[in-house]
Design a protein around this ligand. Structure first.
Ligand SMILES: [Zn+2]
Length: 140
């Protein structure tokens, strides 16, 4: 008991623990969005389309509710892969509004706008009406 309480007081004094947490967060966010490290990019020059979650290949076949990687055979739920690509888009273009048309263009292989808007409606907050509507992070 005596040892553990001494360790506790040592941990609470000094800010080294907080610094470590901050470093870990930086590391985590870097791993989450590798695209932010690309210094120069242009939407029109970027290759559009869904990538494989496993090997990052663009060789994807879209089935009914699943996408299948032609390169490594990895299968993923279509909804999950669309969400993953929305996340990529947000990481690359944090100032761009998320709309059905934008994500439809970004995901390329998903041929149904209905599917895209269903996924967006389910996971994001819709703001506005008609063709001027866009999506925002829930609770934002
Ligand atoms: Zn793959």
């Amino acid at each position: 008991m005596a040892i553990s309480s001494r360790q506790l007081s040592r941990n609470s004094s000094g800010g080294s623990k907080n610094k470590k947490t901050a470093e870990m967060l930086v590391k985590l966010s870097k791993d989450e969005s590798p695209f932010t490290r690309i210094p120069d990019y242009d939407y029109t020059k970027l290759k559009k389309g869904i990538t494989c979650a496993s090997c990052n290949s663009f060789l994807i076949s879209v089935k009914d509710r699943q996408i299948v990687c032609d390169h490594c055979g990895h299968e993923e739920d279509t909804d999950a892969s669309i969400l993953r690509n929305v996340g990529q888009f947000q990481a690359l273009f944090p100032n761009e509004k998320i709309t059905t048309n934008v994500i439809y263009d970004w995901c390329n292989e998903i041929k149904s706008k209905k599917t895209i808007s269903r996924v967006l409606n389910r996971n994001f907050l819709r703001i506005g009406h008609g063709k001027y509507s866009y999506y925002a992070e829930c609770g934002d």
